[in-house]
Design a protein around this ligand. Structure first.
Ligand code: NAD
Length: 381
């Protein structure tokens, strides 16, 4: 018996709707496709559930447990805007050194899309996860420390930062750039993809975004790549146009943190919305798999949210731990159900041909589909 312990974070908001369904689908996929394998799901307390039970949003023991397990799947976590606590999502990525946010944008036939040819969209985005303007080094406009910074900027650059301006620090390092670009190129080589595009705003932010492009190109030039992979670059604003009008020309994108955040949601919209976009945050020692969407509090507890993105994140996790057959079965199961025009409200409201089902029922359909594909019927426990 091949046993594998996998950590899970249930998540806030719709996490309590989509996680149990995802867990069921993934457990069935393993049973149906990996002979002798079994998953032991280990809950890790993080977010509102952790706070309710322990008084902390991110208990130290949870972090230690994640480091021990190495592979974790998580539901979305709520972050209040403005004040309140720091984003747990960002903290997790930093604590576990998950420097690569990887998202797949491949259209599933049948999913309603605003594009005429969504089948042309097949991109994988590598977003640098730990640097840029996301490090939380920032000051409120009236912070005492800002006075010194304002004086220093005035003295060294001759520029004024207005008295009523909050300030954040953006930094991008050579080492951080090299490791994310390397990951993107290695992925392209492994998956037979022909082009990697470095997306940046280097015409304006020369020493951060411009350097990201330069260091990325330098790294690409120094690698001994056997497969024919071209590495080019594109300005971030132009990239938003390119993905819409010439999606077939792009395959793997690699971006600094903020550009990647925006581009992810634009690409998600092109293939049918956040409800169907899986993702992973990967470092050298651990990986955290999660949907691109957030906790959508409006739909929490209503059995309405689409679990597809989290289920497909589970497929990425299976590939990561070396169970590609389980990953394939999960994807086939989802595609099969959507091909029959069965889906949650987000898909059904865009296409009247869809039969609308709730979160749980959608999961049951996926399991039935996987059972048919696998040619056997394993009763749910
Ligand atoms: P969101 O992704 O939670 O929701 C935006 C809208 O997208 C929802 O109102 C809903 O219409 C739709 N949507 C999202 N997921 C869906 C699903 N599975 N099925 C169907 N429809 C879905 O974004 P938001 O409202 O900006 O953020 C809500 C909270 O989630 C915030 O606190 C934010 O910080 C957090 N967030 C967390 C993560 C994460 O955990 N990785 C990512 C993004 C946002």
């Amino acid at each position: 018996m091949m046993e594998r312990e996998i950590g899970y974070i249930r998540g806030d908001g719709i996490g309590s709707d989509i996680w149990p369904v995802t867990q069921d689908v993934l457990t069935h996929a393993v049973k149906l496709s990996v002979p002798g394998a079994q998953v032991t799901w280990k809950e890790i307390l993080v977010g509102e559930r952790a706070y309710a039970l322990t008084g902390e949003y991110l208990p130290c023991v949870s972090l230690e447990e994640m480091k021990r397990l190495g592979a974790i799947i998580k539901g979305p976590l709520t972050t209040p805007i403005g004040g309140g606590y720091r984003s747990i999502n960002v903290t997790l990525r930093q604590e576990l050194k998950l420097y690569a946010c990887i998202r797949q944008f491949t259209w599933i036939p049948g999913v309603p899309s605003p594009l005429r040819h969504p089948e042309h969209v097949d991109m994988v985005l590598f977003r640098e996860n730990l640097e840029d303007i996301y490090t939380g080094i920032e000051w409120q406009y009236d912070a005492e420390e800002l006075k010194e910074l304002r004086d220093w900027v005035k003295k060294t650059c001759g520029r004024n930062i207005p008295e009523d301006a909050g300030v954040g620090i953006k930094y991008i390092s050579r080492s951080g750039t090299r490791r994310i670009v390397r990951k993107a190129i290695e992925y392209a080589v492994r998956h037979g993809r022909k082009k990697v595009t470095i997306v940046h705003k280097g015409n304006i932010m020369k020493f951060t975004e411009g350097a990201f492009c330069k260091w990325g190109q330098e790294l690409a030039g120094s690698l001994d790549i056997e497969a024919p992979v071209t590495v080019d670059d594109c300005l971030a604003d132009n990239m938003f146009q390119q993905i819409l009008i010439r999606p077939r020309e792009y395959s793997v994108l690699v971006t600094p943190n903020l550009n990647g955040d925006y581009l992810s949601d634009a690409l998600a919209g092109m293939i049918g919305g956040l409800g169907v976009c899986p993702g992973a945050n990967v470092g050298d020692d651990a990986a955290l798999f999660e949907a691109a969407h957030g906790s959508a509090p409006k739909y929490a507890g209503k059995d309405k949210a689409n679990p597809t993105a989290l289920i497909l994140s589970g497929a990425m996790l299976f590939e990561y731990i070396g169970w590609p057959e389980a990953a394939r079965l999960v994807r086939q199961g989802i595609s099969g159900v959507i091909r029959k025009r069965v889906g949650t409200y987000d898909l059904a409201r865009q296409n009247p041909e869809f039969t609308e089902v709730g979160t749980r029922e959608f999961g049951e359909h996926v399991i039935m589909e996987m059972e048919q594909i696998a040619g056997s019927c394993v009763p749910a426990e």
